[in-house]
Design a binder for this molecule. Structure first.
Ligand code: SAM
Ligand code: DTB
Ligand code: SF4
Length: 327
């Protein structure tokens, strides 16, 4: 493990001297006894955040389906026969109405997702207007539009965008087994462009695609050692989509998912770690364990992009039962 664990856990967030996590270091965290790992993760969490406060983001798919890419987990790829229908880019007014409704329900951030390999210039102009409109409602803004070309990140920044979401999804070694139409290096280039433009980045991955523990550790090590760690780290549990190559992926041990949240918290102590896709199928107890392990953000609302999410009423009841404060 880098230096001593105490140094790792207690070092100032994003300090110049932040530890350089290797895959072996992160694997060593995964291999700790479960209670030890949870204790260390929770301790780190408390040193950096209010452990009883959970941030809530609401997602909206602004352009659904018909994507040229072949990501093996995705309902929106045009290459697989899924139930997702191709739709056009939503009109501005529809997006703003959804954002107003999310604000009324208590979300603090509004995330807009598009099923694109990368945005065309004309489409980007329309998204810029959406970002400006949502921002004017007093919400934080996030978009996920695929790969960004030179200058596009700058335009998003100028429009007032707070976060750009672009997940590494899995480590370099496993990536080619899940996606062939673009590379892991392409994903890193986009993160680089977004960070260079001064955007906060939201980048994490999907767990449960048949990757090994070493692949999971390598993903976290890579995220933690980006030039700047992502401000937001979504940890998605694969939602198996019938018709995709991963529609029948073998189930993952829930404790391995909790270990991933805990390891993410330890290696990225000052980042928001989001318990993302897959919550609908998780028990309240499993979610509570994830919050204890350091998850402090969720997607809040009836839907993710094309699949369902935990009901708002269920989330409200869970927050009340656990004494969690929504922020
Ligand atoms: N097209 C853009 C891209 O690929 O970056 C943005 C939209 S894409 C749907 C956003 C993210 O959703 C993916 O990077 C992946 O992490 C997540 N995702 C997609 N399908 C998923 C699934 N079936 N289960 C869990 N996460 C999924
Ligand atoms: C992220 O990491 N997960 C969200 C958001 N960022 C864009 C998307 C989850 C998608 C789950 C499958 C679906 O609804 O299509
Ligand atoms: Fe397209 Fe994004 Fe889905 Fe890949 S994950 S198929 S790029 S929408």
């Amino acid at each position: 493990m880098p230096q001593t664990l105490a140094e790792t856990t207690f070092s100032a967030p994003h300090a110049a001297s932040r530890p350089v996590w290797t895959t072996a270091d992160v694997l060593a965290l995964y291999e700790l006894p479960f209670m030890e790992l949870l204790w260390r993760a929770h301790t780190t969490h408390r040193q950096n955040f209010d452990a009883n406060a959970i941030q809530r983001s609401t997602l909206l798919s602004i352009k659904t389906g018909g994507c040229s890419e072949d990501c093996g987990y995705c309902s929106q790829s045009a290459r697989y026969a899924t139930d997702t229908e191709r739709e056009r880019l939503l009109p501005l007014e529809e997006v703003l109405a959804a954002a107003r409704s999310a604000r009324e329900k208590g979300a603090s951030r509004f995330c807009m997702g598009a099923a694109w390999k990368s945005p065309k210039e004309g489409d980007l102009e329309k998204v810029l207007a959406m970002v400006q409109g949502v921002k004017a409602l007093g919400l934080e803004t996030c978009v996920t539009l695929g790969m960004l070309k030179e200058g596009q990140a700058q335009k998003l920044k100028e429009a007032g965008l707070d976060y750009y979401n672009h997940n590494l999804d899995t480590d370099q070694e496993f990536y080619g087994k899940v996606v062939q139409s673009h590379t892991h290096a392409d994903r890193l280039d986009t993160l680089d462009r977004a960070q260079e433009a001064g955007l906060n980045i939201c980048s994490g991955g999907i767990i449960g695609m048949g990757e090994s523990r070493k692949n999971r550790a390598a993903l976290l090590a890579q995220l933690a050692t980006l030039p700047k760690p992502p401000e937001s780290v979504p940890i998605n549990h694969l939602v198996p989509i019938p018709g995709t190559p991963l529609g029948n992926a073998p189930p993952l041990d829930s404790f391995e998912f909790v270990r991933t949240i805990a390891a993410a918290r330890i290696v990225m102590p000052a980042s928001w770690v989001r318990l993302s896709a897959g919550r609908m199928d998780m028990s309240d107890e499993l979610q509570a364990l994830c919050f204890f392990a350091g998850a402090n953000s969720i997607f809040y609302g009836e839907a993710l992009l094309t699949t369902g999410n935990a009901d708002v009423s269920r989330d409200d009841a869970l927050f009340a039962r656990l004494g969690l404060q929504a922020i």
